[in-house]
Ligand binder design. Structure first.
Ligand SMILES: C[S@@+](CC[C@H](N)C(=O)[O-])C[C@H]1O[C@@H](n2cnc3c(N)ncnc32)[C@H](O)[C@@H]1O
Length: 307
């Protein structure tokens, strides 16, 4: 997740649905919030206009076309975090298009017979990819509502109750139906995962979630508890924090800006994964992800680890 905004999809008002994922300003009240809110309103307008345009397009000529047009309209009316190919030329306009970076994650080409867990699935790009590779069961974990996020208390106090109650996962539901997917979306928090209730998984994945957690070390330990094979951990890091070999630096950000609690150095993240009990912890990729609507890039690393 980019460090300048929270993206949470599909909300209205201050946490409006928008074309490019979903987000809400966490620095309530200041100029930043005003600007972020104005951007949201503008994007929402754009989304609505696109949906209207789609409706006004020439009538479809067959049942397949009608279904595609209906899907296009649903997609256009939703804010998307992930670009997901839904078939028949329909691709969700996500803030992040992980398709370009898939090969960097070292996911086995085939996952036949494997149980896979995607932690913090959002629109479900990774979960659907695991299913596409033949996994026999894919569980996609996410929180129920916006208010379930680790919001800093003072920011939470200023967010209206109806916004806190707004459901996550509307994009996932659309994509799931369009793909005819069997991925199981499970509501819960990474903090409460345990093998007794969840079973164990051949492959677990957590992508761009840890910076948003107040307790990332606890989350990784929980992840270790349900991993029996390989874990893939991907996250943004700040290379400036790795200036001294052997010193694991993390910047505390307090969750106040875009719900980011931390800025990790690569060394600190690797050490945290080791400390969660994983073995053979290796950084398998380092790359930049361009952010839409921003001149900045996110510096991303991918870690593979063994249980
Ligand atoms: C920035 S998005 C990352 C989406 C996706 N994993 C990816 O790599 O593109 C963060 C996701 O983590 C979820 N999340 C945040 N806190 C969580 C928690 N405690 N337990 C489970 N999921 C959580 C959010 O709801 C959101 O779907």
């Amino acid at each position: 997740m980019p460090s300048r905004r929270i993206r949470l999809g599909q909300f209205s008002a201050g946490i409006s649905g928008n074309r490019s994922g979903a987000f809400v300003g966490m620095r309530i009240g200041g100029a930043w919030w005003e600007q972020a809110y104005a951007t949201l309103v503008e994007r929402r307008k754009r989304t609505r206009n696109e949906a209207r345009k789609l409706k006004a397009d020439p009538a479809p000529t067959g049942p397949g076309d009608a279904a595609t047009a209906a899907l296009q309209a649903r997609v256009a009316a939703q804010g998307w975090y992930h670009s997901i190919d839904l078939g028949n030329g329909v691709v969700t306009p996500g803030e992040f298009d992980h398709r370009h970076h898939l090969q960097r994650y070292r996911i086995p080409e085939r996952l036949d017979g494997k149980r896979v867990l995607d932690i913090g699935t959002f629109d479900g790009f990774w979960a659907f990819e695991f299913e596409r590779r033949g996994a026999s069961q894919v569980v996609a974990l996410d929180l129920d509502t916006f208010g379930d996020l680790d919001l800093p208390p003072r920011a939470r106090d200023k967010i209206p109750a109806e916004e806190l109650a707004a459901k996550l996962g509307r994009g996932f539901v659309i994509a799931h139906a369009a793909l005819g997917s069997r991925v199981e979306r499970r509501i819960g928090s990474v903090y409460t995962m345990a093998a007794e209730q969840w079973g164990t998984y051949d492959l677990t994945h957590i992508g761009n979630v840890l910076v948003h957690l107040r307790d990332p070390a606890h989350a990784l330990a929980r992840m270790r508890g349900v991993t029996r094979g390989t874990a893939i951990i991907s996250e943004t890091v700040d290379p400036d924090l790795d200036w001294q070999p052997g010193v694991s630096l993390i910047e505390y950000r307090g969750g106040t800006v875009n719900c980011n609690w931390w800025r990790f150095g690569e060394q600190s993240l690797v050490q945290m994964v080791r400390d969660a009990g994983f073995d053979d912890v290796r950084v398998v990729a380092r790359f930049d992800i361009p952010l839409r609507d921003s001149a900045r890039n996110m510096h991303q690393i991918v870690i593979n680890a063994a249980a």
